[in-house]
Write a protein of this length. Structure first.
Length: 322
């Protein structure tokens, strides 16, 4: 699958002295500079009837023609996997991802992913990098994700994420009773020994997480988290680094911690919760086409809602203890 792009334009005089690729990036903002450079290198851009050079300096008044083809970016197959769509328009999809659904195909999960589901829902997403997925959630993290339905929306959403203007809030249950929220600034990179894990390591990528207390229980806390950056496993790694790991996290969570006097039913609920109790509950952004401010919310899924209610009930039953 491919899409034709045919544009004709004239370089304005005020761009005199600019490189051609710089001028085009400003004149044709729907496409990234790297894509425009690729078209120039492959001979799909001419200037005054001759093959263009990206580094050529323009003087103003040149006629530029783009006659390019956008080849399908995604080679995975569509699969009829149900999608919980919170919102959609011609530019965006907002998906409420369930636990257990991998976002991208990889060595261990070549199919059955969110990407495959998106291609089944809208075949034109094959023309967009990664079927429009611009950020990710871990396999067993639930909640809201935004998907771009065309190249313009994709470029602008990626830029918004890089500029840290997309609002992403999560709810999570952590081990320990917190007295207050805080800010965690600690760089995250690959674990120096276990390459499948992430860790706080020196000289890695900057990572900033903000959190505040929503509700306290006897040995746990429901926390609202806001991401400033978006590193792999960021919340899980940062919380474990602060010695307040996410309940149920099979990688970073450590041993299960129970309050004194916990009854068997309470123990069973906590010990059987075998995924990270982490849910992307709120997403806010400026619409990439209209510029309108938009936001969405998604309630925690049933398993996490039950977990929170059991923690709440245990706290009520032991309110007078000690």
């Amino acid at each position: 699958m491919s899409t034709k792009v045919q544009l004709e334009l004239v370089i304005p005089d005020e761009m005199r002295g600019r490189r051609l690729d710089q001028a085009l990036a400003e004149l044709v903002p729907d496409y990234s500079r790297s894509r425009l450079q690729q078209w120039i290198r492959s001979g799909q851009v001419t200037m005054d009837g001759h093959p263009a050079q990206a580094k050529a300096k323009v003087t103003g008044g040149e006629s530029v023609r783009i006659d390019a083809e956008i080849v399908a970016q995604t080679v995975s197959e569509p699969e009829p996997i149900p999608l919980d769509l919170v919102y959609e328009d011609e530019a965006l999809l907002v998906v409420n991802k369930p636990a257990g659904l991998v976002v991208h195909p990889a060595a261990g999960n070549p199919a059955g992913t969110l990407l495959n589901a998106l291609l089944n829902y809208d075949g034109s997403l094959a023309d967009v990098p990664r079927a429009g997925i611009v950020h990710r959630l871990d396999k067993n993290t639930t909640g809201l994700m935004v998907v771009a339905r065309n190249l313009t929306a994709h470029k602008r959403l990626v830029e918004a994420l890089q500029a840290r203007v997309v609002k992403r809030e999560y709810l999570t249950v952590v081990h320990s009773v917190l007295t207050a929220g805080g800010r965690i600034e600690a760089p995250i990179g690959r674990h120096p020994v276990d390459r499948k894990r992430m860790a706080v390591v020196p000289n890695a990528k900057e990572a900033v997480t903000h959190y505040r207390v929503e509700e306290r229980f006897r040995a746990h806390t429901l926390v609202r988290v806001r991401l400033e950056t978006g590193r792999t496993h960021q919340i899980r790694v940062h919380m474990a680094h602060q010695h307040i790991p996410v309940l149920g996290d099979p990688v970073y969570g450590g041993r299960l911690r129970l309050p004194k006097g916990a009854d068997p039913d309470f123990r069973e609920v906590l010990s059987s919760f075998r995924r990270q109790a982490l849910h992307a509950t709120q997403l806010g952004l400026l619409h990439p086409i209209s510029g309108e401010e938009m936001s969405w919310q998604a309630d925690v899924p049933d398993d996490m809602a039950h977990l929170i209610e059991v923690l709440r009930q245990d706290a009520r039953e032991h309110a007078g203890d000690g």
